[in-house]
Design a protein around this ligand. Structure first.
Ligand code: GYE
Length: 300
């Protein structure tokens, strides 16, 4: 525990801290990049990180969090698969006096004191950025197919909401088909194949909005296999800005992607470590910035 295991090095402060991290899984390219960053940053910070991969299953996460409580870790970081079903286990952590931090995805609990803070990007803003880009690119006239993320997950809920907020302002814009591809490439491919069939080869459709790049990359494959031209026949906008999407943008097969930073350990750990030191209450959300990229604005 922190109090007992406090260790000082000349000039710098190093804490012998143990953190349990319950990660969603490895559903796309973004997630493993985030996991790798959390492990590397933990090493740099001298943190003993207990990493648990839930393979997309909330039951696994609940089990991992309970194991962290039993091990009396100093803090628990959770990237929750879905928003519901968290009250009980968070109460157990609170009773054990182990502070909980949310990373990336959100939970839906009435008692906000069950966690210290959430460190993440603003998914609603990501949806609005995608919607605003599309409104401009289509001059406010666009029938859209939507590939949703994991049902009940914070990014699927908020990206949809944010996107809708913007397109509602344009009478010529409308989502005509929407289905979950579970944030995976295969899921996105299957969903786009179904859309291609049910819309007579995407007749009258002007854009594909995918809640993440991997689903969009799957959709691109499906379109190519059907002899369609992604990026030309349809405007393709998604979220994450993973390396494979950068390539698709450069090749003209996709048109825009909102960057979700994966190197966020450097945002997360200082918040956790400072809290363990001073126990000062924090605002309930530490926001990581987002920005939209196209082939013309690839960023650094
Ligand atoms: O966009 C997606 C991943 O939770 C915001 O999860 C994250 C999302 C990310 O599977 O690629």
């Amino acid at each position: 525990a922190v109090a007992g295991g406090l260790m000082m090095l000349a000039g710098t402060q190093a804490f012998a801290v143990t953190i349990g991290f319950s990660q969603v899984g490895d559903e796309g390219d973004w997630r493993p990049a985030f996991s790798k960053d959390m492990q590397e940053e933990a090493k740099k910070e001298g943190i003993d990180l207990k990493f648990a991969d839930a393979q997309g299953k909330q039951e696994e996460q609940l089990r991992a969090v309970r194991a962290f409580i039993a091990q009396q870790v100093d803090a628990i970081v959770i990237a929750p698969v879905v928003v519901t079903g968290w009250d009980q286990v968070l109460k157990e952590a609170k009773r054990a006096h182990i502070p909980v931090f949310l990373a990336d995805r959100d939970v839906d609990v009435t008692d906000k004191s069950l966690y210290v803070t959430r460190i993440s990007a603003d998914f609603n803003l990501e949806g609005r950025l995608a919607g605003a880009w599309l409104a401009q690119a289509s001059k406010g006239n666009c029938k859209i197919v939507e590939l949703q993320g994991t049902t009940g997950s914070a990014p699927a809920i908020e990206r949809h909401k944010g996107f809708e907020t913007i397109i509602k302002e344009f009478p010529g814009m409308e989502i005509v088909k929407s289905q979950s591809g579970d944030f995976t490439t295969e899921g996105g491919k299957k969903v786009m194949e179904a859309f291609i069939k049910s819309t007579d080869n995407l007749k009258g459709i002007c854009a594909s909005f995918a809640h993440n790049d991997n689903m969009q990359l799957g959709a691109i494959q499906a379109m190519k296999e059907a002899g369609l031209n992604p990026g030309k026949d349809l405007l393709m906008v998604s979220v994450d800005y993973v390396p494979a999407m950068k390539k698709a943008l450069a090749a003209g097969e996709a048109n825009a992607s909102v960057e979700l930073r994966s190197a966020i350990g450097k945002y997360i750990y200082p918040v956790v470590l400072n809290y363990l030191k001073d126990k000062k209450p924090l605002p309930k959300w530490v926001v990581i910035p987002s920005d939209l990229h196209t082939a013309a604005t690839p960023g650094s």
